[in-house]
Write a protein of this length. Structure first.
Length: 673
């Protein structure tokens, strides 16, 4: 969430003629309501609650804030000092306000600056005007509102990430979530960071981890937040260019491909973009052009029709974009091999009668381009070969794998068009050595490129043979779509329960109701997966029912099981404790744990929350990030929305309703009374 900081006098001050202005009233009636209406968080240095030097925090807040509101009504040295710091370090989103009437004239250096007037006797009457001014500043296109940057346009703006560093424990938690491949945990962290001073720097780490885990929807949301805060920043634009393209490829949404192109243009237009990032942006541009090019002939019925449609300007543009990307950064072998592949396809059309159509019928230009290809492609092949070989020596993990795949691609491209059994063996073995059997996604990408060559009649027999010989190696079982069910239910009543909801003697009836509902929700063409905690009562019963029915279940605990027992099972019969451990033992390998100790992480402790509330939010975020076809909350409760804490089932129902992502199914515990 964007942050605001207010620079103003405190209490009552007089101007040079003795007129008194109550700045606390101005803040209460005008500034704070405007901040709230604009969905900003923050205020003055009064928001700082930790011990320490307040000046350090004040300077940081002035620079970090997305929006600064400064009241220049009277001559106040502190106000002008702080405003000068802001103007010297941030380009824009500094809004000046001034009370009227006042005898204190605006200082000479600010005379040309715009400021909003408000009546001193009734500051709240200017609320709408201030809200409009904030919106205009945030959404406007002015390069700067700082007189410093207006006079010194090449002065670099302060990088707020270098000032506002997230706490070490936040980074450690992001690392733990990524190591656990827990997409829900990362989405929870993104929620919890909202409004924190270090939100933006920490959110970058979360978004990077989400990208690494393939949670493109979660990463997209967070990178969009970062881009809105810093529209010209390279990393959010580059990340979103990738994400939009991935989602567009999966969903066939053309608008997302254009959104990707817009982000690419932003990166390329930024004169401060480093060379590796510029190369990546150019490569993404080439990939997007390739995607649009393939759309032209994807529904063609014959090879002849495919080739007719494929002779398109986007083929040439994609080749040239990939080639530029590679020559910007020769260590980046991916755009190099992509350029060589697209160039090979392009060269296959150079002898067609329609070749000159790419050059508006200019036969001379068409002939020269063909000659250039004949010169460029061999040299490009040698450079890519060296780049990939160096990467194989230098890189590890997936990067090394892709370098090995590139070497196999080079071997494929170097083979003659006439099929030879020895060539088939060599190329097949190269791909087999490059792609581990458990890397289906890498084979799918490689196979897609080989199939493209086959579809266009380029080394078609060799491509078909390689696909035929390797495809079975990567076959996987057909997986049913998942119906993910989050189960939450009341705990069993004890002597201390304020009112009956789940009498202990109705356990058998409750278990039968759970079993009947789970059976009713199952469909033969879906795999059901149950997420549930293990509180004494309905949760444990749900695990036992799933074990009996053979339904896959995942145990979700907010803390380690020994801590959960100590925090939860006091006051319950010891039999429930034993059943809890039975559930834990039966769920070995299918247990997810959020925290490694009792209570909240230190950085969250000042918030008005509990570990149980956090656990509930985590499970719901986990369900949303699962990638299931259907997501349902199954609540065994009495339907009472009030009076229960955020640790209970009513809160889970509220979260489900608020999210709009869950179907809601209920088991009414009033049947047990």
């Amino acid at each position: 969430m964007p942050r605001a900081f207010v620079i103003r006098g405190f209490g009552k001050h007089r101007d040079s003629s003795g007129n008194e202005i109550d700045f606390d009233r101005v803040d209460a009636d005008l500034i704070t309501p405007a901040i709230e209406r604009c969905n900003l968080v923050g205020g003055t240095t009064g928001q700082i609650v930790e011990a320490g030097n307040i000046r350090v925090d004040m300077f940081a807040l002035i620079v970090e804030a997305d929006v600064v509101i400064c009241d220049v009504t009277v001559h106040n040295a502190n106000v002008f000092y702080e405003l000068g710091i802001r103007h010297a370090m941030r380009k824009k989103h500094t809004i000046l306000i001034k009370g009227d009437p006042t005898q204190d004239k605006t200082p000479f250096d600010l005379l040309t600056d715009r400021y909003l007037k408000y009546p001193i006797e009734n500051p709240g009457s200017a609320l709408d005007n201030l809200v409009d001014a904030i919106h205009a500043s945030v959404n406007g296109h002015r390069e700067t509102d700082s007189p410093v940057f207006q006079m010194l346009p090449t002065l670099p703006e302060t990088d707020t990430n270098e000032i506002c560093v997230s706490p070490i424990e936040v980074g450690e938690e992001v690392g733990c979530a990524e190591a656990a491949a827990d997409k829900g945990w990362l989405r929870l962290l993104a929620d919890e960071l909202e409004g924190e001073r270090f939100e933006m720097s920490a959110l970058e780490r979360v978004a990077r981890a989400q990208w690494a885990l393939g949670d493109y929807d979660g990463a997209r949301k967070n990178w969009e937040t970062l881009k809105n805060a810093r529209p010209d920043d390279v990393e959010p634009n580059l990340a979103l260019a990738n994400i939009y393209e991935r989602i567009s490829h999966k969903t066939s949404q053309a608008r997302l491909l254009e959104a990707s192109n817009q982000c690419i243009r932003s990166v390329l237009a930024n004169t401060r973009t480093p060379l590796p990032e510029r190369a990546e942006a150019l490569a993404l541009h080439g990939r997007n052009l390739k995607t649009l090019w393939r759309v032209e002939f994807r529904d063609a019925a014959t090879r002849e029709e495919r080739r007719t449609r494929a002779l398109d300007g986007k083929l040439r543009e994609s080749f040239e974009a990939y080639r530029r990307a590679f020559y910007v950064d020769l260590n980046s072998f991916y755009p190099g091999i992509a350029a060589l592949q697209m160039g090979t396809i392009l060269r296959s059309f150079a002898d067609d009668p329609a070749w000159s159509d790419l050059f508006e019928g200019n036969e001379t230009e068409a002939r020269r381009y063909k000659e250039d290809l004949d010169t460029q492609l061999p040299s490009l092949r040698h450079i890519v070969q060296v780049s990939a070989a160096n990467a194989k020596e230098r890189e590890t993990g997936d990067d090394r794998m892709w370098a090995a795949i590139t070497a196999a691609d080079l071997l494929f491209l170097s083979r003659p068009d006439v099929l030879d059994a020895a060539d088939v063996r060599r190329v097949t073995q190269a791909y087999r050595d490059a792609i581990p059997a458990n890397k289906r996604f890498a084979w799918d990408a490689t196979k897609g490129q080989l199939k493209l060559f086959a579809d266009l009649g380029i080394k078609a027999e060799l491509a078909a043979e390689v696909i035929d010989k390797l495809d079975s190696r990567f076959e996987t079982e057909t997986v049913k779509p998942v119906h993910l069910v989050v189960f939450s239910g009341h705990t069993v009543d004890t002597a201390q329960s304020p009112q009956p909801r789940f009498p202990a003697d109705k356990e058998a009836q409750a278990k039968a109701l759970i079993e009947a509902k789970i059976n009713a929700l199952q469909k033969p063409d879906e795999e059901m997966v149950i997420l549930a905690s293990a509180a004494p009562g309905a949760d444990i019963l749900a695990h036992e029912v799933c074990q009996h029915l053979g339904v896959r279940r995942v145990l979700c605990l907010p803390m380690p099981n020994d801590v959960v027992v100590g925090e939860t099972f006091n006051g319950y019969d010891d039999a429930w404790r034993e059943r809890f451990f039975a559930v834990v033992n039966a769920s070995e390998g299918a247990t997810l744990v959020l925290g490694n100790s009792a209570g909240l992480p230190r950085w969250l402790r000042r918030k008005n929350a509990s570990v149980w509330e956090r656990g509930n939010k985590w499970v719901m975020r986990l369900a949303q990030s699962w990638g299931a076809k259907r997501v349902t909350l199954l609540a065994m409760w009495d339907g009472t929305d009030t009076g229960e804490s955020s640790a209970g089932t009513a809160y889970m129902v509220k979260l489900a309703r608020d999210s709009g992502a869950f179907a809601l199914e209920s088991i009414d515990t009033k049947q047990l009374i």
